[in-house]
Design a protein around this ligand. Structure first.
Ligand code: SF4
Length: 490
């Protein structure tokens, strides 16, 4: 039996695509390589958004060349956004790569591996557009209790800092019936939280001519028995309509959290970014969300130092941060991305200026988030217990999980209480707030769930999921990895 390993870089869309790649490989008879073993097939699911993504890929491929030379039959495949961008040049630069496949044909991977093996030569297959919606492919999910469900792929916007439309193509919407059927199947398997995934969920339905399709989808998720938590990412302020806010507020299992990219608080910069909303529109959506859901936690993405950004523009961003009261933000320092319109814009902001603004933004956002988090002290929360997330606090044996509003919560289980499993729910009271997490040391109760049962079953299964909770990562500054991500999905 041949073993495989999938290495994933980039956003949630890639994380989810990797679940499909694992499903495809297991369907074709491969088994997951045990941790630390050299796999027979190594698949790189790449990202073209992160800074130096290509250097990192070729560095990693270089490390594998001697491994492959001494391991007969080993195969290396490269897929994802960088493969879509660089195509055959990958095998020119790294001729020991066996397969290159793009974002539109992940389903071809097993066939391409087989073809490369028989023909004893590299196979490169890149399609220019999507033929089959990838969510019809088998999926090997990483979490037994929380799942991504694609509602669309691609994006019809043309944000000038973003490479996603060039690499993922125009938006393709999945039929609501197919989305709901997948959610129902997941719930039957024990999943209790789903995150609906699309580059721009608010334009969902544009392909089949229903501008209310996304709010209808949220309400339909509300009808699914056993589905306790529904989230979505990413929304786009341009397409955000009142019916979505109403559906969020009126559907009990749609969680009171919203991650809505701001990118800049300056109208002038938003125009240069080709983001067709303005500061007042963004703030109005937040006002409406807060009016409908007073306890909603709102988070965002912000880019600092976009070409031409002046101090006055930057002050506009700080103003929005103060007014919007974000519970968290992914903050990015702008840097050029090959192939994007912004790459050749004049007035690139000097690095030291970007760095200094970035530090001011992070300091302000941390203060705001901390103040917002302090408002939760004394509140009772139900936390979905996660594994592999957040701080491991050996001294207090704290566990971690996510509240309904997606805040990260660390909490202690008193002695004598049976240890809950990932996927179970705990009711706790918040005793302390930090800028990026809460501590809840007053314990209420544990609710054992079907999701916890599913997690336990998965531990015994061969090639079991790692149990890693693939929820939204801890929000906060990312000073070590300057990147321009666009939407969190992109
Ligand atoms: S940033 Fe988001 S909305 Fe803009 S082009 Fe990229 S994926 Fe589309």
């Amino acid at each position: 039996m041949r073993t495989y390993e999938v290495r994933t870089y980039g956003c949630q869309m890639n994380v989810h695509d990797s679940e499909r790649l694992r499903g495809l490989l297991e369907d074709a008879g491969y088994v997951r390589a045990p941790e630390g073993d050299e796999a027979d097939v190594v698949v790189f699911n790449t990202c073209a958004v992160r800074e130096n993504a290509d250097n990192k890929l070729y560095g990693n491929l270089g490390h594998l060349a001697p491994v492959k030379a001494r391991k007969p039959g080993m195969q290396i495949a490269v897929g994802g956004c960088l493969a879509q961008k660089d195509k055959a040049s990958i095998v020119r630069k790294a001729p020991w790569v066996d397969v290159v496949f793009g974002t539109h044909n992940i389903g071809s991977l097993p066939v391409l591996l087989e073809r490369a093996r028989i023909a004893e030569e590299s196979q490169v297959e890149i399609l220019e557009s999507l033929e089959v919606f990838p969510s019809t492919l088998p999926t090997r999910r990483e979490s037994a209790y929380s799942a991504w469900v694609s509602v669309s792929v691609g994006c019809n916007n043309t944000c000038t800092f973003c490479i996603v439309p060039a690499l993922r193509g125009r938006e393709k919407d999945r039929r609501p019936g197919d989305v709901l059927a997948e959610v129902e199947t997941l719930v039957a398997e024990g999943v209790l939280e789903v995150t609906l995934l699309g580059q721009n969920v608010n334009s969902y339905g544009v392909e089949f001519g229903d501008r209310y399709a996304f709010s209808k989808l949220l309400r339909a998720c509300g009808e699914i028995d056993g589905l306790e938590r529904v989230r979505f990412t990413s929304p786009h302020p341009r397409d955000f309509t009142a019916d979505v806010i109403e559906a969020m507020a009126e559907t009990p299992n749609v969680m009171p959290s919203l991650h809505m990219p701001l990118q800049s608080g300056s109208d002038r910069v938003l125009k240069a970014m080709r983001r067709s909303y303005r500061q007042d529109r963004y703030l109005k959506i937040i006002e409406d969300v807060r009016a409908a859901m007073p306890d909603a936690a709102i988070t965002t993405d912000i880019i600092v130092g976009f070409p031409g950004e002046t101090e006055e523009d930057f002050q506009g961003t700080l103003d929005v941060v103060r007014q919007a009261r974000f519970a968290g933000a992914f903050t990015f320092q702008y840097s050029k991305r090959p192939g994007t319109p912004a790459e050749s814009m004049e007035d690139q902001v000097p690095r030291d200026v970007v760095q200094e603004r970035y530090e001011r933004l992070v300091a302000l956002q941390d203060d705001v988030a901390w103040d917002e988090n302090k408002l939760t002290v004394g509140r009772s929360l139900e936390v979905l217990i996660a594994e592999g997330e957040g701080r491991k606090d050996a001294a207090t044996h704290r566990l971690s999980g996510r509240a309904a509003d997606n805040r990260l919560v660390h909490f202690a289980i008193p002695e004598g209480v049976e240890k809950p499993r990932p996927g179970d729910m705990a009711t706790v009271e918040v005793t302390y707030a930090a800028p990026h997490h809460l501590v809840a040391d007053v314990f209420g109760a544990v609710r054992r769930t079907r999701a916890g049962d599913a997690w336990e079953r998965a531990q015994d299964a061969p090639s079991s999921p790692s149990g890693v909770m693939l929820g939204m990562p801890t929000l906060g500054a990312k000073p070590m990895e300057p990147a321009v991500g666009g939407c969190q999905v992109g």
